[in-house]
Design a protein around this ligand. Structure first.
Ligand SMILES: Cc1cc2nc3c(=O)[nH]c(=O)nc-3n(C[C@H](O)[C@H](O)[C@H](O)COP(=O)(O)O)c2cc1C
Length: 163
């Protein structure tokens, strides 16, 4: 049985998913710092972390400390099989269960170099995809921001946790 949801969120999207999951599973949700106080080592958890340059943030702080039932990676890119495969490989999760949850981009909460990186990604996407069908949405997201957070995105993960 899951003891809690532990999450790491920079601009709030992952926190929104953690809160929704907590309500749907009826378990508490904690930041990494709170979890250290509230949970015991090897407690069973679900971990949700935001993606920064392909890395699921906070992963190394939980993978040996708790028993992780499954992971949720929250990013801005669309949910695609190839992308999830690459996340599994780059984060060393071949023997674990990973779900991709689409978050968004919130420029109001991004600061400093992180904001700059997202702006640069937006410009690169624009340059490399000019005129390519279907690329407009992604370019718009990286230039203006957007949220794709939806409770339905958690359905697959919840089925897995409950089974
Ligand atoms: C510096 C930086 C790097 C990012 N790299 C990725 C990435 O590699 N893949 C992705 O899908 N999203 C990437 N994003 C987008 C975030 O993962 C996305 O905004 C996510 O929803 C943030 O979650 P949070 O609000 O919980 O912090 C990046 C964002 C920033 C600021």
């Amino acid at each position: 049985m899951i003891k809690a949801i532990v999450y790491n969120s920079e601009t709030g999207f992952t926190k929104e998913y953690a809160k929704m999951l907590s309500e749907r599973l009826n378990v508490s949700y904690y930041t990494l710092e709170e979890a250290k106080k509230e949970l015991n080592k090897q407690d069973e958890i679900v971990y949700l972390g935001w993606i920064c340059a392909g890395a699921i943030k906070g992963l190394n702080k939980v993978r040996n400390r708790y028993k992780v039932k499954c992971y949720g990676a929250v990013g801005a890119f669309p949910k695609e099989d190839n992308y999830i495969e690459s996340l599994i490989k780059s984060n060393g999760l071949e023997n674990d269960k990973l779900f991709y949850l689409r978050g968004g981009i919130n420029f109001k909460k991004l600061k400093g170099y992180k904001k700059l990186i997202v702006k640069i990604v937006g410009r690169v996407l624009e340059k490399n995809n000019k005129g390519k069908e279907g690329s407009e949405e992604l370019i718009k997201i990286f230039n203006e921001g957007a949220s794709f957070v939806d409770s339905k995105n958690l359905d697959e993960m919840i089925d897995y946790i409950k089974k």
